[in-house]
Design a protein around this ligand. Structure first.
Ligand SMILES: Cc1cc2nc3c(=O)[nH]c(=O)nc-3n(C[C@H](O)[C@H](O)[C@H](O)COP(=O)(O)OP(=O)(O)OC[C@H]3O[C@@H](n4cnc5c(N)ncnc54)[C@H](O)[C@@H]3O)c2cc1C
Length: 394
């Protein structure tokens, strides 16, 4: 793995400072109050984070995926909810950058880079999530426009975002159904309804909404890529980035939990010595640190592969799967190490523990990751030797 460049170090340090000075002091209270972080969003705009991976020609920072992953890790060491505000926005920006028409790029990317337009991804519906091809939202052509009807559920940024990548069916008879799927860039307006905010276990402060579209009209010029039937493939390319983001979030949350547990193990005394001197606590800390390190390497491996322009779906899926299961274990062990106080809202480890399960679900559940990884292995690496194929075997 390549060492960090000077530029990468500079950016990561800037974000680390931002988190230390501005996020850490307010994260716990805002999370408990389920308060949307308006001021921090303004600061993230100033830092250019809404344009992190948008090309410079459209006003973005043009960071590579590896640097983006490191930034997300730093943000999540402070407060994971902030990364949610960025992630689906940037998946959408990535989709427009890589799959949009030139007009769509010229119009939307500068506005997204500045954070004036803040995006989200609308895939999940009340009746379907993992089975993306089963979506029921329809877009029917009417002259130069399409008329959209349907419902979307669990949509991040649904209330405070204003511009979304909406996944629809433009041909309900397509066989296979994925060939009838199309994505539109939609903005709030008549027929676009925010039905409700959905209360959650963790990941608070960030809006997760149910949306409905009732005879919502969108210009044909907003069909991503300008061609019907490409939606499913456009989602897949965005999800690769999304999975790296989720895996990076896990690193941030797990590192924060590990840091708290390590400090506590040196302060808290039982039976005449710091609990960090009891072997069972040491074993927990050692396993936690080893797993964080392994996940870190997997995330950077997937990100670097994507940066080289190679397909990284298997690596991104593995990183997301491993990192999210790791994050669950690390956060519960951090709670164990804190004893009863770990269960209270006086300390941040209960928040880390509540944030962790989302990563086993978002951007494709871990069950779906396993299905995809196994399918990839059986198809492309029938000898089972995928490390050799990746050029890693000595
Ligand atoms: C806080 C939050 C934010 C979210 N933000 C967004 C967003 O911005 N945009 C968006 O579109 N969606 C969003 N989602 C939705 C998320 O992507 C879905 O919840 C996820 O894809 C799973 O879909 P589902 O909930 O319908 O579960 P289902 O698909 O109903 O799955 C239920 C269970 O069955 C398992 N399962 C399903 N199919 C298989 C299979 N073939 N083999 C084995 N097991 C299977 C699943 O792993 C899961 O355990 C968000 C969710 C949450 C909780």
């Amino acid at each position: 793995m390549a060492p960090l460049s000077e530029a990468q170090r500079g950016i990561v340090n800037t974000i680390r400072e931002f988190v230390r000075r501005e996020v850490n002091p307010v994260a716990m209270q805002m999370e408990h109050d389920d308060e949307y972080p308006f001021e921090l969003v303004e600061r993230m705009k100033e830092l250019g984070l809404f344009g992190a991976i948008i090309p410079e020609e459209y006003g973005g920072l043009a960071l590579d995926v590896s640097t983006y992953a490191l930034i997300i890790e730093e943000i999540c060491r402070g407060w994971m909810s902030l990364s949610g505000i960025l992630n689906s926005h940037l998946i959408m920006a990535y989709m427009v950058t890589t799959k949009g028409t030139q007009e769509q790029k010229n119009h939307y990317l500068p506005l997204m880079a500045s954070g004036e337009k803040r995006g989200g991804i609308c895939i999940t519906e009340p009746n379907t999530g993992s089975d993306v091809q089963a979506i029921e939202t329809r877009a029917v052509r009417d002259g130069d426009e399409y008329v959209v009807n349907g419902s979307k559920s669990l949509i991040t940024n649904g209330r405070h975002g204003n511009t979304f990548a909406l996944v629809t069916k433009t041909d309900i008879n397509a066989d296979p159904p994925r060939k009838g799927m199309s994505i539109f860039i939609v903005e709030k307006g008549p027929g676009f309804n925010v039905v409700r905010d959905i209360p959650k276990l963790g990941y608070k402060g960030v809006d997760t909404c149910e949306l409905s579209f009732e005879d919502y009209r969108v210009s044909g010029g907003n069909l991503v890529g300008g061609e019907e039937g490409q939606g499913f493939y456009q989602i897949l390319s965005g999800l690769e980035l999304g999975r790296i983001n989720v895996a990076a979030r896990c690193l941030g949350v797990a590192r924060a939990a590990l840091e708290e547990a390590t400090k506590y193990a040196q302060q808290r005394k039982t039976f005449g010595k710091p609990i960090g001197e009891h072997q069972s606590i040491q074993i927990m800390l050692a396993n936690m640190a080893t797993n964080v390190q392994a996940a870190h390497l997997m995330v950077l491996h997937a990100a670097e592969k994507k940066d080289r322009g190679e397909r990284a779906d298997m690596e991104a899926g593995m990183a997301k799967l491993f990192a999210s299961e790791m994050c669950m274990e690390v956060t519960i062990d951090a709670m164990r190490i804190h004893g009863g106080y770990g269960y209270t809202q006086d300390l941040p480890v209960e928040r880390h523990f509540r944030d962790a399960p989302l990563m086993m679900i978002g951007e494709g559940t871990n069950e779906i990751q396993r299905v995809l990884i196994a399918r990839h292995l059986l198809k492309d690496f029938s000898t089972g030797d995928f490390l050799y194929e990746s050029g890693l075997k000595l």
